[in-house]
Design a protein around this ligand. Structure first.
Ligand code: KIV
Ligand code: ZN
Length: 409
């Protein structure tokens, strides 16, 4: 990517701030699967692939869909432009560094959007200022405000991100946040760019900025998962006053990824007693969205990934299978159908018990006597000891060996 050229100086003030939305306990879901997610290794998508994914994200009900970084490539420009035309009802965001060239390119890519959001950013931590930008705090402050003011010439909905916010001096971060709101930003995003924060620390930072900005802007979070805390940090931020969370399907994103959309949303849905917030996500589309993304990029979530992993609703231990067969809620805190998984599965392996085996045999159409079940179970355990898990055909084979039975259906 070309170096970010010098920006214009302060380009005019913003109109008087009015109360921003969403308010109260509604948490705005800003999906960046097609931008932060897409820019990570193994995740790049063509424009038509991005369109397919965008359609799923719209179906899912995300509030804002960040479609790309238009200055980065023609493909990203086209993705923002095409998604803006195809999906007029969703707010479409385009990313731009805090410089004229980027902001103008993002604005052009958003020209056809009915609900455009221009998202501009610059790093604010001393570590980035010294080694990457080689700029003073004053310069960065001015460039941030100027970029926001320029963006406001094109669109009403401008978001400013203080990159590496969690390693930024807090007084300075507050100064930058207020300056960008004064210049016209409606949303101030405070990214944990390097995934360094802890939930308590993040809550302190967000709480302070939310108090400082009051109702002049939405405070947003964007957490990376380098220490595996992206979801926990995002939730802590929401409890401290953030009303937008930036996240991705399957948690894809730079390095260890971003806050996982499905984990964040389901934690809020399942734990309403502790997290009385509202999100506009239609959760039954979570699993299909995860599957589609896995098909489009070069990898899927790990099998034990919460919510959407292959094992998220699979039980192998005999005690668990017995419990689930008696009453699902003994070992399941969510009904799999609420996230679009058709049903939980009982994986028959060496840890499984007779109850699950009999259930599977019945499912396959076999009615066994107690003695037959005992013998099938004995053979099953011998085989399962050598294998990772038995397929239905193998179980049916064992039943036939023991009883000569033919399934009744
Ligand atoms: O991680 C980050 O800081 C970002 C910003 C550009 C929002 O992705
Ligand atoms: Zn990021």
């Amino acid at each position: 990517m070309s170096a970010c050229p010098a920006t214009e100086t302060q380009a005019g003030g913003a109109e008087t701030r009015t109360r921003a939305e969403p308010v109260n306990n509604r948490v705005h879901i800003f999906d960046t699967t097609l931008r932060d997610g897409e820019q990570s290794p193994g995740c790049s998508m063509t424009v038509s692939e991005k369109l397919r994914m965008a359609s799923k994200l719209v179906e899912l009900g995300v509030d804002t869909l960040e479609a790309g970084f238009p200055i980065a490539s023609d493909g990203d420009f086209e993705a923002v432009d095409t998604i803006s035309r195809e999906f007029p009802d969703v707010s479409v965001a385009a990313l731009a560094r805090a410089c004229t060239l980027d902001v103008e390119r993002a604005a052009r890519a958003l020209e056809k959007a009915k609900r455009p959001r221009l998202h501009t950013f610059i790093a604010t931590s001393d570590i980035h200022l010294k080694h990457k930008l080689r700029k003073t705090r004053q310069q960065v402050l001015e460039e941030a405000a100027a970029a926001v003011a320029l963006a406001r010439r094109y669109v009403d909905d401008v978001e400013f991100s203080a990159e590496d916010a969690t390693r930024t001096d807090l007084d300075y971060l507050e100064q930058v946040s207020k300056a960008t709101v004064a210049a016209g930003a409606r949303t101030v995003n405070l990214p944990d760019t390097v995934g360094y924060s802890t939930p308590d620390e993040h809550a302190e930072l967000i709480g302070r900025m939310a108090r400082a900005l009051g109702d002049t802007a939405i405070v947003s979070v964007h957490c990376h998962d380098d220490l595996g805390l992206a979801v926990a940090n995002s939730l802590a931020a929401v409890q401290a006053g953030a009303r937008q969370v930036e996240c991705t399907i399957n948690g894809i994103g730079e390095r260890a990824g971003n806050c996982s959309l499905e984990e964040l949303v389901m934690t809020i849905r399942v734990r309403q007693d502790r997290l009385p917030f509202e999100v506009g996500i239609r959760t039954e589309h979570l699993y299909p969205a995860s599957r589609l993304l896995s098909e489009l990029i070069s990898f899927g979530p790990q099998p034990n990934k919460a919510i959407v992993g292959r094992n998220a609703f699979a039980h192998e231990a005999g005690i668990h299978q017995d419990g689930v067969l008696k009453e699902r809620t003994t070992y399941e805190i969510m009904d799999p159908r609420t996230v679009g998984v058709p049903e939980s599965s009982l994986v028959l392996g060496k840890h499984s018990g007779r109850h699950a085996l009999r259930d599977r045999c019945e499912h396959l159409g076999f009615q066994l006597t107690r003695e037959q079940l005992e013998e099938v179970y004995r053979r099953f355990i011998t085989l399962a000891d050598r294998k990772k898990g038995l397929l239905d055909e193998e179980i049916a084979g064992l039943v036939r060996q023991v009883s000569g039975a033919v399934a009744v259906r």
